[in-house]
Design a protein around this ligand. Sequence first.
Ligand SMILES: *Cc1c(COP(=O)(O)O)cnc(C)c1O
Length: 233
Amino acid sequence: MDKIAAHIVQTLQRVRDAKFSGRFPDSIVTLLAVSKRQSAAAIQAAYDSGIRDFGESTVQEALRKLEDLESLNITWHFIGQIQSNKTRDIARNFQWVHAVDRLKIATRLNDQRPHNYPPLNVCLQVNQAGEAQKAGVSEADVSTLARNVISLPRLRLRGLMTLPPANTDPKANAILFARLRDLKDTLVADSIPLDTLSMGMSADFEVAVREGSTIVRIGTAIFGKRDSPIKTQ
Ligand SMILES: *Cc1c(COP(=O)(O)O)cnc(C)c1O
């Protein structure tokens, strides 16, 4: 658990260095700790180091941890693929959803968001490389989807999210990150107010920050490898 604190300090420093060497030195970048397949104790350790934003990608696993950590002041982000039968739990338990990619899901989230809660923050996942196995709206269809989502009163459309192809040179993703930024700027110029670019993971967050990311989603660089047994000390 001591390692988590050290990893957070290092990661925040790397984010800061990337920011000052990039295009947007004044931007605010949120470090979203991706805690999927990590224990509640690991989340508590990150929380004790000052992290307040946590990301989970399956509803069942997340709900258990949300209950265990109920007393903490955490902003929970759902970053996984969204199945229709899970929208109710997501709308009731999370403050952010990063991977909305079709109107049907957005409408369900809107209808199921409790009325006494603030609107649910939403990003649209863009499938930039046209990968068949990945979710995400195509770049060509983002604008139409965005227009439909902003008309849903229980949602607050915040921005765009990308999950670029893995195993490439992180620098190669700079082109995709820049393209997502351009896409966001185009929408903003078209009167769709967006303030968020959810881009960058452990392997490529510095590249993403240099290109204007406002939320980096980082798992392994904070918590270590997910496949290794959870450490208990
Ligand atoms: C798991 C996951 C991450 C974090 O990946 P790391 O490489 O461990 O930093 C980020 N975004 C999404 C959507 C994920 O599923």
